[in-house]
Design a protein around this ligand. Structure first.
Ligand code: ARG
Ligand code: ZN
Length: 864
């Protein structure tokens, strides 16, 4: 059933302390929970006390030591309701759970030989009966006992205050967490684990014991994560003055995890994909991912844990703010320009489509059926962009002071996004009345730019319009910061960057004193999550591409230039006209770029990369996958043919010459090398296959090795199969590396790729119970092989529908995520839209989890 933000009621009873006792046995785990409970003075109705609980066996409940009679409570599939509880009491509840049988990866479950927990958002109610809502905060003590041989390591949040051995080869440990927390931050892990250890001394001298656990044999893949954690701890001290607040920080990496990681207080649990990184097993992007996710979870210790959410509609309170902090951290560690470009690309390629589709929702949603469906790119990334706009308006220093004010004011509380915005206003003096629409309204605003030049004076007019989204027809006017700068014909700046605030339907600004019409660089750094509509001439774009001092706009000018050709070509193909070739000016612009490349190699690589199919699809109301694919391939071939010699030279000058290290300069070099190789592969340049195979054989790192494999992927050369087989053999014992092997094949262009994916689904190296395997094979296929997925006979849709139906009863969270990939059907041309819709309709006929049903229903509700 659907929950509404407007229906919030304070909890009827508050809990001061929670005492948990877990007796882990091979068949069941026994749970005994003791709560110190008192009536909430702010509650409206205290005649009943509801504790959530699912998928467990209830044994008994007692108040102040007296077992309850059956008429004193009501037990259902998802709750235990106590009638007329006293004002203050001690509550004890006993139940059992079966982690070994729990395949949902929520609550307490098994990953390999490890038992671990995942509670956010509502997994704690799969562990014991408890009001499973973030505004009930308590101090926790956790006792765990288990077989000492099978589970030598026992972990829970907080400090270990007691441990020892028991009869029958068992042992126990007791943990105390001094900070009150909501139950979604509870965590426990038991297993036979390897560990690496380090320490960090905070600015005020607290020595923090840092431990990172994983299954034995993987320790040497964990050092980058440990180094990243220390970087993040130092960064939060240097930037925000925030120091870690416990004596130990423990991280556990597990192989079966539904998302990236979880910020449980003092005991983070991570997907191994966000921890493991060793030069020979992980690419530069993996290294960056690990660094950023480790930092993200660490930053949650303040923005999320010390100050948490009142209810789940407020999720972006902690996620948007933490994503923003993570983004700033990433910018400080890597290439600032390209790091920002990647953030912009995520918004445009993934968030904009969500915001323009059937699942569009505000950063602060109004209602949901299944909360797990709302851990979205909108709540996270758009939420982060909204914070970025506030920071930009306030100025960096004032923003940091305001965040400190927010954290001090609400320390230890569960609060709302409104509380955050008020704290921002109090501290910065900003008036955010109109700005609040960013939290309440879904949809991507469109900002149109128009210019008029006369008598040395430039008039710049910005106007805004936001299309309707499901349930929200009339859109208010947004408060939109748009940074601009002006350049002359030689590309020299003639007007410093400045931020214009567009807060009405249309506004104009005039700039005086020019000899000739200046070129406008707009939305510099992507100052607002909007779609810019600005028809700039090829000449102006080429100028910005060569000279703009803002890397985002410089890259964007190149993208716009590519897009112009691609869009014209796709449209021509759609209408049955002759393909449109690229204008000479485009090649000249590329030549200028190659002659005067930016110092940042990664920026060069990004500027040489054509807009993705997703980005291209965004330019059309009706997406034609095949026309897009053809246009993009032909432009790539044309560029590769024209510049074959230059790409050869780039590959030569950017080939590895020293041992792998992960830093900006070297990662940039490897990126350029990969891009050059990719262009050469497009035209099957002579000797390319042999060269790629030699790179594969000789590389000391996975980044170069993957560049070689990517170049070989679509070739018919004998080298291809040879390296793929070698890869599978070399990395057979490294599941995460084998994910790259699965993905590579799922994304290979071949007529029978659907059949190949079906074969791999049955391969022993695939595992249907592991989310990383599924994301690699099925996610890789849907997102990375559009031609295969949208194959005209509908076999791709049928494949995904079959797998969603098979997965839904095991892992509804992941099944729902896969189903989300079919919901944008209305954006496709009829042939594809009908097939996608039919697949959704077939899924809808089955008995589904709440998760998948909510997604499928939203997908089917729209009309063409
Ligand atoms: N809080 C975690 C993070 O962003 C993610 C939890 C996702 N939970 C979920 N049920 N999808 O770091
Ligand atoms: Zn987070």
């Amino acid at each position: 059933q659907r929950k509404y933000r407007a229906d919030y009621q304070p909890p009827a009873y508050l809990i001061d302390t929670v005492d948990l006792d877990f007796e882990i046995r091979s068949d069941r785990t026994q749970v005994r929970a003791t709560y110190a409970v008192r009536r909430n003075p702010d509650a409206n109705d205290t005649s009943q006390w509801r504790l959530d609980g699912r998928d467990m066996q209830f044994l008994s409940a007692a108040i102040d030591g007296r077992a309850l009679d059956t008429h004193e409570y009501a037990l259902s599939d998802n709750a235990l309701v106590i009638h007329n509880p006293p004002e203050i009491f001690t509550f004890v509840v006993e139940n059992t759970i079966g982690p070994e049988q729990n395949l949902s990866l929520e609550g307490f479950y098994r990953s390999g030989d490890i038992l671990c927990s995942q509670c956010e958002s509502n997994g704690f109610s799969r562990i014991t009966y408890f009001p499973d809502r973030p505004d009930v905060m308590a101090r926790y003590t956790t006792r765990i006992s288990a077989d000492a041989h099978k589970f030598p390591v026992l972990l829970a949040n907080g400090n270990c205050v007691d441990s020892g051995t028991l009869d029958n080869g068992r042992h126990y440990a007791v943990f105390e967490d001094p900070f009150a927390k909501p139950c979604y931050l509870f965590a426990m892990v038991v297993g036979d684990l390897g560990m690496i250890r380090d320490s960090y001394t905070t600015a005020s001298g607290r020595k923090v014991d840092l431990r990172l656990y994983t299954e034995h044999g993987n320790e040497d893949q964990c050092h980058h994560a440990m180094a990243s954690l220390k970087q993040a701890m130092a960064w939060d001290e240097d930037t925000y003055g925030l120091e870690y607040d416990l004596d130990s920080y423990v991280t556990v990496a597990v192989g079966s995890f539904n998302m990236g990681a979880m910020e449980n207080k003092g005991l983070n649990v991570f997907n191994t994909a966000c921890i493991f990184a060793r030069a020979d097993t992980a690419t530069d992007s993996d290294f960056a991912l690990v660094r950023d996710v480790v930092a993200h979870e660490y930053f949650h210790n303040y923005t999320g844990n010390r100050v948490t959410c009142r209810d789940w509609f407020q999720l972006s309170l902690k996620e948007g703010l933490t994503v923003y902090r993570e983004h700033q951290f990433a910018i400080d560690q890597g290439s600032p320009g390209v790091t920002r470009i990647r953030q912009v690309r995520t918004m445009r390629e993934i968030q904009f489509p969500e915001d323009g589709g059937p699942r569009a929702h505000p950063v602060r949603p109004e209602s949901y059926v299944e909360m797990n469906n709302f851990y979205t790119i909108t709540v996270y990334e758009k939420g982060g962009e909204v914070i970025r706009m506030i920071a930009q308006m306030a100025g960096r220093d004032a923003f940091i002071i305001a965040v400190r004010h927010y954290l001090d004011k609400h320390d230890g509380q569960a609060v709302t996004i409104e509380d955050f915005v008020v704290a921002m206003e109090e501290s910065t003096g900003l008036d955010l009345a109109q700005f609040r629409h960013w939290y309440a309204q879904a949809g991507t605003p469109r900002v149109r730019v128009a210019t008029d030049f006369e008598d040395g004076r430039l008039q710049l007019t910005l106007s805004q319009h936001t299309p309707a989204t499901p349930d929200q027809n009339d859109k208010p006017l947004f408060d939109i910061p748009v940074e601009i700068a002006l350049f002359d014909a030689e590309g020299a700046p003639v007007r410093e960057a400045e931020v214009l605030r567009l807060n009405s339907a249309e506004q104009s600004w005039t700039f005086d004193g020019f000899d000739a019409e200046p070129t406008v660089s707009a939305l510099r750094g992507f100052t607002a999550p909007v779609r810019l509509e600005y028809e700039q001439s090829d000449e102006a774009l080429a100028r910005l591409m060569a000279h703009d001092s803002d890397p985002v706009c410089r890259w964007d000018a190149a993208q716009a230039l590519y897009l112009k050709t691609l869009v014209a070509d796709v449209s021509a193909r759609r209408e049955g006209n002759a393909p449109v070739a690229a204008p000479e000016l485009l090649f000249e612009a590329i030549e200028t770029l190659l002659d005067n490349p930016p110092a940042d190699r990664e920026l060069l690589a990004e500027m040489l990369t054509l807009p993705s199919e997703a980005m291209l699809g965004e330019q059309f109301d009706a997406v034609d996958i095949f026309a897009i694919d053809a246009a993009r391939r032909e432009l790539k071939e044309a560029i590769a043919t024209r510049f074959a010699k230059r790409f050869q030279a780039l590959a030569d000058t950017h080939a590895a010459s020293s041992a792998y290290i992960f830093d900006v300069a070297e990662a940039g070099r490897r990126r350029v090398f990969a891009v050059a190789l990719d262009y050469l592969a497009t035209i099957e340049a002579p000797g390319l296959a042999a060269r790629a195979a030699a790179v594969y054989d000789g590389a000391d790192n996975m980044t170069d090795r993957m560049a070689a494999l990517d170049a070989l992927r679509d070739l018919n050369a004998p080298e291809r199969q040879r390296v793929l087989d070698d890869f599978a053999q070399t990395w057979a014992d490294y599941p995460l590396v084998m994910d790259k092997w699965l993905r590579l094949q799922a994304t290979t262009r071949r007529d029978d790729s659907v059949e190949r994916v079906r074969e791999l689904l049955a391969d022993a190296r695939f595992d249907f119970t592991n989310p990383n395997r599924i994301r690699a094979l099925l996610g890789g296929f849907v997102r990375g092989n559009r031609v295969g997925f949208h194959r005209a006979d509908g076999a791709g849709y049928a494949l995904i529908a079959d797998e969603i139906l098979r997965l839904d009863s095991l892992n509804p969270q992941l099944a729902a995520a896969l189903a989300g990939m079919l919901t944008n059907w209305a954006r496709h041309v009829p042939a594809q839209a009908d097939g996608m819709r039919a697949a959704l309709a077939r899924i809808a006929e089955a008995e589904l989890s709440d998760n998948t049903r909510e997604i499928v229903a939203a997908g089917l509700e729209q009309s063409n």
